[in-house]
Design a protein around this ligand. Structure first.
Ligand SMILES: [Zn+2]
Length: 63
């Protein structure tokens, strides 16, 4: 289903913000690269993903 884009939608697109439901702070998305075990468990591959960081998890994510 195609969503019709209004001018407001386009204008707000650059603000890619999510609010943490716990602390109410905007999440900052950061690319975090972590090794992840392969299916056979013999080795690791680097996996990167965007993680939303706020006060709740910044220590555990960035540690
Ligand atoms: Zn939070």
């Amino acid at each position: 289903m195609a969503k019709r884009q209004s001018f407001a939608d386009k204008a707000s697109k650059k603000i890619h913000e999510k609010i943490c439901p716990v602390c109410g702070q905007p999440l900052k998305f950061t690319l975090v690269v972590k090794p992840e075990p392969t299916i056979d468990g013999q080795s690791f591959r680097m996996r990167s993903k965007h993680v939303g960081i706020c006060k709740c998890n910044e220590k555990s994510v960035l540690a």
